[in-house]
Write a protein that binds this ligand. Structure first.
Ligand code: PEP
Ligand code: MG
Length: 607
């Protein structure tokens, strides 16, 4: 008898439909034999097995590091950490000692080491060390698999195209998944910023995270349907359900192909209004994705990445080379390089830890740079020099709260220029200077700030956090974090009006800009430019093209008169379903929850 369909629900984090057999990435299923070793020969043989298995895992990790997809480069340090664990005396030497002294076979001795070290770590006060216990278990399991004569990782056992189901997928596992055999992902844990979600979005693979009990309910070989937009999963679907989703999948593929083909055209509304669409990136490798998806320029280059996961900060020459390469790759299109926004959740390992209870309200961004001026100047000199190559770099300062702070930053900027002049090094004297508007105080004095800079870019990720007083990385209040709060909408309108009065353009570069549901509102609020993750560009451009500015303006006026975020959301949902029925046939506007935006925010760097 056919099995009854089971419906599960999670968060759709990468739209698309997958229909296929499930592959359950089970954990801890390696049986451990136990026996006492007889003579010295046997002991030495078990020691040799262990050495060999460790070597093979080392080689695997090295291969993974070499072939890592660009979207995943910021996780490579985890693989370095794994390599260190492998050769750690506490781990490696002690396991050899257990084999020799207690005459235990390699697998059992290793299992003991894993347990001992992970218990030791788990008992520590330090959160960071506690989470390293998971790394020990993960690396230990890889060695065990070799000792047991199995494939190095669970995913190597995959022989056909499957939907991968797991409790969680570790970064190292994710890097080893054979993407050409992956139809979709379902995980029980994780959010929009989890590794699985980022990779899936970057590669266009449908994915659902937070699907509770999925790995208990779904078995390898079960037929599943994954709707990565709405977060719906159907296990053992009926023939009718399968037929329905195949049709939807077909229509969606045709639609995505069509809009990607047109992504290189400008985004002009039906009534002739052009809005620029740009990309937010944080790795040079993402330039390809930005261009492929139709970005007209780089609206936000987050520069923190080259400062993280290393022993010392980069010097001027290294930074110059990085920015120069980026400028050359994008020329003649411009690149907006944002100066360092370290602090809060992004900390370099070389930095003295900042002990602060409320990091979001503490020493971060421009504040941190102004406390370390020489260090800040090094970055400014590198940016200025790179600007001379193609004259296409714009400089952007994060987290500016008012004019005093802006002037201090400008003074350091002038010093950096003066130093280059003295050294006779060419740089771009006319480099445009802009600021991010992401703190309510900057909105309040936007008229004064507008007189002193060339452009504004609204960072809604932070602006929402500081306006509503909601820590953007605190899960307890995540559901309250809402970019559609009337206060946020009014602040955006004020910034745009003030900037336009002063004759400077305004971009939005928070995650909000890349959410198709918000397009009519942002158009109606008269933003000049939307900057977003590259993958979001085709859909946003398509919606702009199908809109009329007049109707969006009317909508924005209506939205500004509404008094709650829920009302604004409902009005937007009603509008997009009426105006863009084809688009929202695939992407359920009800699925765009307020906290959906607790998203990428560049926190990719800090995980
Ligand atoms: C923002 O705050 O909206 C922004 C784009 O900056 P980040 O997410 O890097 O803080
Ligand atoms: Mg910000």
């Amino acid at each position: 008898m056919d099995k009854e369909p089971i419906r599960l629900k999670g968060f759709g984090v990468s739209p698309g439909i997958a229909i296929g057999k499930a592959f359950l990435a089970e954990e801890n299923h390696i049986p451990i034999p136990s026996h006492t070793l007889e003579g010295d020969d046997e002991i030495e043989q078990e020691c040799a097995f262990l050495r060999e298995a460790v070597e093979r895992v080392e080689q695997d990790l090295e291969r993974t590091k070499q072939s890592i997809v660009p979207e995943f480069k910021d996780h490579a340090h985890i693989l370095d950490a794994y390599q260190l664990i492998l050769r750690d005396p506490l781990f490696f030497d002690q396991t050899l000692e257990t084999i020799r002294k207690e005459r235990l076979n390699a697998m059992l001795a290793l299992k003991r080491s894993i347990r001992r070290i992970s218990e030791l770590f788990a008992a520590m006060d330090d959160d960071y060390i506690r989470t390293r216990a998971a790394d020990i278990r993960s690396i230990g399991e890889r060695i065990l698999r070799y000792l047991a004569g199995r494939k190095a990782n669970t995913f190597d056992e995959i022989r056909e195209r499957v939907v991968i189901v797991a409790r969680d997928i570790s970064p190292a596992d994710a890097a080893q998944i054979q993407l050409e055999r992956t139809l979709g992902f379902i995980t029980e844990t994780g959010g929009r910023t989890s590794h699985t979600a980022i990779i899936a979005r970057a590669l266009g693979i449908p994915a659902i995270v937070g699907a509770e009990r999925a790995s208990k309910i779904i078995r390898t070989g079960d037929l599943v349907i994954v709707d990565g937009a709405s977060g719906r999963i159907i296990v053992h679907p009926t023939d009718d359900q399968i037929a329905f989703y195949y049709e939807l999948q077909d229509a969606l593929e045709t639609y995505l192909k069509e809009i990607t083909r047109k992504a290189h055209l400008p985004a002009i509304t039906q009534d002739g209004h052009k809005i620029r669409v740009e990309a937010n990136i944080e790795l040079i490798e993402e330039v390809v994705a930005a261009k492929d998806h139709g970005a007209e320029s780089i609206g936000l280059y987050r520069t923190e990445f080259s400062y993280l996961n290393r022993q010392t900060p980069p010097d001027e020459e290294e930074l110059y080379q990085e920015y120069k390469e980026l400028a050359e790759l994008m020329a003649p299109a411009f690149v907006t390089v944002r100066t360092l926004d370290l602090g809060a959740e992004k900390l370099g390992t070389w930095m003295t830890p900042i002990d602060q209870e409320n990091p979001a309200l503490g020493l971060r961004g421009i504040r941190l740079c102004l406390q370390h001026r020489e260090f800040f100047k090094t970055q400014l000199r590198a940016i200025l020099r790179a600007g001379a190559v193609a004259r296409n770099i714009r400089l952007m300062l994060p987290l500016i709260t008012g004019t005093g702070e802006l002037r201090q930053a400008k003074a350091v900027y002038e010093e950096a220029k003066e130093e280059l002049r003295r050294r006779g090094i060419p740089f771009d004297e006319a480099m445009p200077l802009g600021i991010m508007i992401e703190v309510p105080s900057a909105v309040a004095v936007a008229d004064v700030l507008a007189r002193e800079v060339d452009f504004f870019s609204i960072g809604t990720n932070d602006l929402v956090q500081y306006t509503l007083g909601i820590d953007r990385v605190n899960p307890h209040v995540a559901h309250l974090y809402d970019p559609l709060h009337p206060a946020v909408i009014r602040l955006i309108r004020h910034v745009v009006a003030t900037a336009h009065e002063a004759g400077i353009p305004v971009t939005i570069c928070g995650e909000m800009a890349g959410e198709p549901l918000y397009v009519p509102l942002l158009l109606g609020l008269e933003l000049d430019c939307l900057s977003m993750n590259p993958q979001a560009i085709p859909r946003v451009k398509n919606l702009v093209r199908r809109s009329t500015l007049e109707e969006c303006r009317r909508f924005a006026r209506t939205a500004l008169a509404l008094t709650t975020a829920a009302d604004i959301r409902a009005a937007l949902q009603e509008m997009v379903l009426r105006v863009f029925p084809e688009e929202f046939k695939f992407f359920d506007p009800q699925a765009v929850k307020p906290n959906h935006q607790n998203g990428d925010w560049g926190t990719r760097l800090s995980r």
